[in-house]
Design a protein around this ligand. Sequence first.
Ligand code: NAD
Ligand code: DAU
Length: 348
Amino acid sequence: MMKILITGGAGFIGSHVVRKFVKTYPSYTIYNLDALTYAGNLENLKDIDALPNYEFIKGDIANEEFITRLFKDYVFDGVVHLAAESHVDRSISDPMAFVKTNVIGTVNLLNGFKNIWQGNFNDKRFYHVSTDEVYGSLGADGLFTETTPYDPNSPYSASKASSDHFVRAYGETYGMPYVITNCSNNYGPYHFPEKLIPLFINNIIEKKPLPVYGDGKYTRDWLFVEDHANAIDLVFHKGSNHETYNIGGFNEWQNIDLVKLLCDIMDQKLSRPVGSSQALISYVKDRPGHDLRYAIDASKINKELGWKPSVTFEEGLDKTVDWYLSNEEWLNNVTSGDYQEYYKNMYK
Ligand code: NAD
Ligand code: DAU
């Protein structure tokens, strides 16, 4: 039995990765370590949590003592590390939370893994899930490749860049077998409604204003979350050690165009008059340090491992909207309590 630790498995992407691994590999035991912050939700995994090869562990990766003990007790063969503070706007108001989880938490996990295997890393692997935001911002042209220099602009991306450097350094210094992937913007079911797409879906349902930052001309490259989980599975099993792979959707959208498309889909699904959701669009103060454009060159993972997205954006968005409309209880649960306070402060 391979023992695989997945961190952040109760979050958005992590829950899809846990589901994929638990279902695809009955001969592995999957341990999901998550602190259950505001972004972690065990409801995201209720369809698989009774399966015999799945175990949940509640804990904080920033707690060195706890992590040291955990690795000694369980002796994991592999780690897929997703746990992070992940929202750029929150990193602007509370950078230290990002240093603690994203930097210190990652180094704790690296130490835990290094110390149990003491250099005998045969067939072991540390997989670090990172973001395209470490590369900073593109102008109107060009794509991020694996050799684009790091140039992070937000406390979030700076903390992710720092954690990427630590992973690489542990590979060089201690011979730890690692892979890193840098992915573009994900969307899909279980996405917490602080991020653009689920926030706007929720606001449209509630007929609340849609707060578009600045002029709305910022560009992101969107990937359906299950395609990211497929890529993680592939890289974990087939990727080369000490390599990084960019993952992206070949799918660039200016925010305002994406928002208008989403509005039109929602009008149709909710049987509302054409244009009623677009009427909710409201331009608001820009995000400080807002990166203009992200776009990924995913040709390395495509050529070396044969990965490509399996759904078009239209299909993915359609599935996503359907999921939110049929999971009203999930949406109501995550938008009650602390979320209301966050929303009031963020969009005042
Ligand atoms: P998320 O915020 O939805 O989930 C993060 C999870 O980590 C939550 O379950 C949370 O409880 C857990 N967590 C936070 N702090 C923790 C701590 N100290 N100890 C243990 N668990 C903790 O994030 P996401 O969007 O699913 O992103 C997952 C990973 O993928 C992150 O590393 C992020 O940087 C990366 N990523 C995200 C995107 C995206 O578009 N969402 C794109 C590329 C890369
Ligand atoms: O590129 C990968 C990154 O994508 C991940 O590493 C991050 O974890 C993830 O949060 C995401 O970061 P972004 O900042 O690109 O995502 P967000 O959904 O917050 O914003 C997408 C775009 O929409 C961005 O240009 C800001 C804009 N926006 C966002 C919100 C929340 C708005 O105009 N209004 C909003 O209310």
